[in-house]
Ligand binder design. Sequence first.
Ligand code: AMP
Ligand code: MG
Length: 500
Amino acid sequence: MSFEKLSFSNQFYELGESFFSVVQATPLRDPFLLHINSNVMALLGIPMSDIESRRGLDIFSGKSSLADQPPLAMVYAGHQFGGYSPRLGDGRAMLLAQVNTDYGVLDIQLKGAGPTPYSRGADGRAVLRSSIREYLGSEAMHQLGVPSTRALCLIGSEEPVMREGIETGATVTRVAKTYIRFGHFEYFHYNGQHAEVKQLADYVIKQFLPHAINAVDKYNQLLLMTVTATAKLIAKWQSIGFAHGVMNTDNMSIIGETLDYGPYGFLDDYEPGFICNHTDQTGRYAFDQQPSIGLWNLSALAHALSSLISKDSTREILHQYEPILVDTYASLMRKKLGFITETKDDHKLCSGLLNLMAQDKVDYTVLFRRLCEFHTLDELSLSDDMKKSALIDNNSQISELFTQQDKWKTWAFDYKQRLKIENSSDIIRCDKMKKINPKFIARNYLLQKAIEKAETNKDKSDIDTLFMLLQTPFDEHPEFDDFARPPKASEKHLEISCSS
Ligand code: AMP
Ligand code: MG
């Protein structure tokens, strides 16, 4: 297969021009290839040599087209930080093509290739810094088992782009089953274009709920699909310690994938109120607010679908969000703790650990990774107090993460008692736990180092290393232990803003 042999689909074009504007990319000056994701190329069926070719560079830097059809920018609106913006749209992204693949239709979007009618006076560019962050972050999430848009390739350039200072422009080509956002429906609803709301809903149903096409309650099923997918998505974010940073309704995917990587952040220390977006002064999108913001956003979507779904049905469907999120989160946390069985006190044990981690500022990822190696030793001849001390001594790598040793000792003892119900050997449990508790995450300070190297010397070595590690985040890679450590004090609290 090569570019020429790709089989294109026209399904979004066929919706008609109420939904998009035909656009033309503005090529980047002196582009150069920084990274190609061979896994995503394989999904599309494009060989490496094609992307590495001059034609590949031209296509993904905006100089030539991929399909016969011109690129298009989608129109949408959205609630940004709680306030309604009536017209947003793809201001710096364009749909290059929709491709028929063995995995269904995949949409290829080029981000950073110049202005569109939705740029609202901005340049339509993406700087290298934010492109590296999206490229690595989205792949990291996918490999952690979190639904996400994927990244196909990353291209740098000599194009000057003005942000707080002068930076250089880049593009990320990304791939997803759809880029339809909650904000798409809001745009048509608030414009009173109810026929378009219905048309778009039918489009999503045809693609993602094909069995419901003729069902009388198909729009209820659509809302339920999005409610379920969003609840599960946010449960996964909370379990791996991911903060999105800009959960505006225009950044929420209708199929519940993580979308639009801006000032996102993975937790270092476990800090429930963590705000990763420097611009978010009130903490609307703080880590621990994400579950409730998810519901707020779904309510905004439901309102935009109110011409299709009754009030009673809407209420009933939205009520399902919380239990799905809570159950999914509980199940993920049980797995992180190495439990296959379920007991009524698991919630207490889990929140007890999280509270202690918050008080002692323990690194979220390091703690769970080390917990995989928890030794349960059982010295029947010892008193409870002696057992507790022995437990701490034998788990010194975990114990050293806590300052409140007495509290940790009590928790560790309860954990050990709970593990008895599992009847699992330490070795087997460790093996399983290491498949859900990653060693490598896309920490801000690591991304920042990769960015600085790429910006100053066009040195892409850290991008390569991070990409490799984030593709296999559960493997040990002992030679790369330095990429698994928490940030030093000087590497913490980098200010990441919306500017990208
Ligand atoms: P975001 O915060 O990246 O989700 O973007 C919000 C809106 O602003 C979307 O409509 C984007 O397309 C648009 N936007 C953000 N940055 C730019 C830019 N540099 N040029 C044009 N539009 C942009
Ligand atoms: Mg966005």
